[in-house]
Write a new protein. Sequence first.
Length: 221
Amino acid sequence: MNHIQIFIDGKEIECSKDEILLWVSLDNGIYIPNLCAMREMVGSYGACRLCYVEVKDEDLPVTACTTKVKEGMVVNTKGPKALRLARTSFELILSNHPVDCAHCLKSGSCELQKIAKCLGIKLNTKRFKKFLRDLPIDETSPVFIYDPNKCVLCGKCVWLCQEKLNTKAIGFAYRGFQRWVTTFDNEPVGLSECKDQIELVEICPVGAFVARDKWNKKISI
Ligand code: SF4
Ligand code: SF4
Ligand code: FES
């Protein structure tokens, strides 16, 4: 029998053995903050550390994107230990993020806005000192505008170009605060092999990749 029963926030859920907890939860209407996981990806980077949940009989919170469901599993997405870890991860992400939703084309569909609401954190939180980057906005692509300053390093665009499209056009460069997504020779992303990929706009959870046509409209208003 592949079908099992689990409980998330008290809701009884039927799912298949070995499914990933994050997708089971989202598919059943229970939101867990997440930035770096993708259904198409084999395995998860586990990079953003936002999807913490508590599982009964486990000492420490686990990341839902790397956890497989098990028969009878009891999950609490709002446990205090999990929320504390997720909130800290989120506030660290925000410490490098230039929050300017009023002028951002992703406003309304931005994952950061959704996560902030779920975790009860203000986007302009001041818990950690702000370190903003001042990288040039790339307007060279015919289909997208790329603002690396808004990137939250989720890795989805890198996965798209490297794994799905097999182009090797872009990747992560440098480490720590200097880390950013660029081409291997630091040419603009909009001139790379991925220059026509509107999918970059769709896959990016924040306002780092936005559609050029919307950008042009905004500029002409
Ligand atoms: S990426 Fe999201 S949080 Fe950042 S400015 Fe745009 S809408 Fe606001
Ligand atoms: S540009 Fe967007 S998709 Fe790419 S790593 Fe940054 S936030 Fe993620
Ligand atoms: S979605 Fe689980 S660590 Fe990013």
